[in-house]
Design a protein around this ligand. Structure first.
Ligand code: GLU
Length: 277
């Protein structure tokens, strides 16, 4: 069996809200229930969306909840060299190409117009990953098997954006591999990115991690909790209550108690819910 390495990878765009607590607690529980390490990574690759001070605030919130992480925090804005090299590696394999298309020209499903070179007079705006022709399959530990043909669903994936920032899809794959992550546990909002990430892992010759997508917390209007939907920040004066609610949401409801007692009980329940790896 592979040694277990899990991670929590928040984007420091604002303070943690209930939805991010659910993802943090779920990935922490899965790692600790399987005797694994739990790493932390600040996903500030999309620098214009990040807010100053948010990363520090996230670390303080995790500490307040008793969610201890292992080792140094990886910070994506310091990893540009690794992302550049990764694109170079794909380019050498003929799997990455410079693309001249504007967002409008590319549309939602990029049809590969620049795959074989640019028309005269056009210049490179972004770099893309040439998705495989065949479909990509992956297994989610809760939701089962998925199969997706990326050429039909999203087309060639952006690696380096026209504004000069590396894409989330590239950074997450390069970093999960660099940190030796064996298990990705995160919200179900990221389920539709997973096939793209699996394809990238395979192109780099990595063994993809296992995936577990947690149920997604939504507000009364059914919207995902996020900065855009104005989710309130976690109340750090009521960490016991917030933690109790997060555990209840995850279905590992413990009795209300101290943070340590609740996490301990939840760890045992988690192991019963997700025994197999
Ligand atoms: N940084 C992403 C987010 O906060 C999560 C990425 C991941 O867990 O793969 O939505």
């Amino acid at each position: 069996m592979r040694e277990y390495v899990g991670r929590f990878a928040p984007s420091p765009t604002g303070p943690l809200h209930f939805g991010s607590l659910v993802a943090a607690v779920g990935s922490w529980l899965d790692a600790r229930a399987h005797g694994g390490r739990w790493l932390l990574r600040m996903e500030d690759v999309d620098e214009p969306r990040c807010s100053p001070g948010a990363a520090e605030e996230i670390l303080r919130a995790l500490e307040a909840f008793g969610l201890e992480w292992d080792g140094e925090v990886m910070v994506q804005s310091r990893r540009k060299e690794a992302y550049r090299e990764a694109i170079e590696e794909l380019r050498r394999q003929g799997r990455a190409f410079g693309c001249a298309c504007t967002r409008n020209e590319a549309g939602d499903r990029y049809n590969g117009a620049c795959r074989d070179g640019l028309a005269p007079g056009r210049t490179v705006r972004s770099w893309r990953f040439r998705v495989p022709e065949e479909s990509v399959a992956f297994v989610d530990r809760r939701l089962g098997r998925f199969e997706e043909r990326l050429a039909t669903t999203c087309g060639d994936v952006v690696l380096l954006r026209a504004d000069g920032y590396f894409s989330y899809q590239l950074a997450v794959v390069v970093d999960d591999a660099a940190q030796g992550v064996t298990d990705v546990v995160r919200g179900a909002d990221l389920l539709d990115s997973t096939a793209r990430q699996a394809a990238l892992h395979l192109a780099f010759g990595h063994e993809p991690p296992r995936w577990l997508h947690l149920p997604l917390a939504v507000n009364r209007e059914g919207q995902k909790l996020s900065k855009q939907s104005k989710a309130p920040p976690l109340d750090l004066r009521r960490t016991e209550e917030e933690l109790f609610q997060a555990l209840k949401f995850l279905g590992v409801g413990a009795e209300p108690g101290s943070r340590g007692e609740m996490l301990q009980a939840a760890k045992i329940n988690w192991r019963l819910m997700f025994p197999e790896l």
